[in-house]
Design a protein around this ligand. Structure first.
Ligand SMILES: [Zn+2]
Length: 210
């Protein structure tokens, strides 16, 4: 059974998800740890629970979602996996980020329909572009949950006024890739609290008329 530990890291309050199951194998989605205290909190949890970190995934490469990538690479030897569509953006963003960080280039690129496995858990990759060109969501059918980054939030959707953002692409991504999941699927967004697909279908003011 999938366990989901949420850390809220850095001044932008990004959700960093640490997923693990009964095998103790673990995956991080969006490591936003930026301070020594945040990094210690993350590594302390991994150590005290005896977890074996297998991979680092990024929903997209906005700075708040990748601030801890270098820490994960330096301490666990894991390069991030993400979609190549955001790499050009990361180069320019790392220069203007209010918080200095060292971008870590991908170990592997992820694309639509890829499957990522650790322990007894499998995540399917959806390309959910629009908030950024390379935005991804990660779906576990078995566990009934989807990690949507900044594409879909509780009663909100991602902004599209940043580099490479595209509103109609975002709406299409949400409609075709996310809202077609079972209604009870739990949505774990990149910021703030979880939701469900049904809740967003019924009550998200940006999606009502789709
Ligand atoms: Zn973002």
């Amino acid at each position: 059974m999938l366990q989901i530990k949420v850390f809220v890291f850095n001044p932008v309050m990004v959700n960093t998800y640490l997923l693990y199951d009964e095998t103790k194998e673990a995956t991080i989605i969006d490591c936003g740890a930026s301070t020594a205290a945040e990094k210690a909190q993350l590594s302390g949890f991994i150590k005290s629970n005896g977890l074996i970190l297998k991979q680092l995934l990024n929903t997209h490469l906005h700075f708040d979602h990748v601030l801890g990538n270098h820490f994960v690479y330096a301490n666990y030897g894991l390069k991030p996996k993400y979609n190549s569509g955001d790499e050009l953006m990361q180069q320019s963003m790392s220069r203007i980020s209010p918080i200095r960080y060292d971008p870590v280039l991908a170990g592997d690129y992820l694309n639509e329909n890829d499957e990522i496995s650790f322990g007894n858990t499998t995540l399917k990759v959806f390309q959910t572009s629009g908030h950024s060109p390379g935005s991804l969501s990660f779906y576990s059918e078995k566990d009934g949950c989807v990690f949507t980054g900044d594409a879909l939030f509780h009663l909100d959707i991602g902004r599209t006024d940043l580099w490479g953002g595209n509103y109609s692409e975002l709406i299409t991504s949400i409609r075709e890739k996310l809202l077609t999941l079972p209604g009870e699927t739990v949505v774990y967004p990149g910021h703030e609290e979880p939701s469900t697909i049904e809740e967003e279908k019924l009550n998200n003011p940006h999606l009502r008329r789709l």
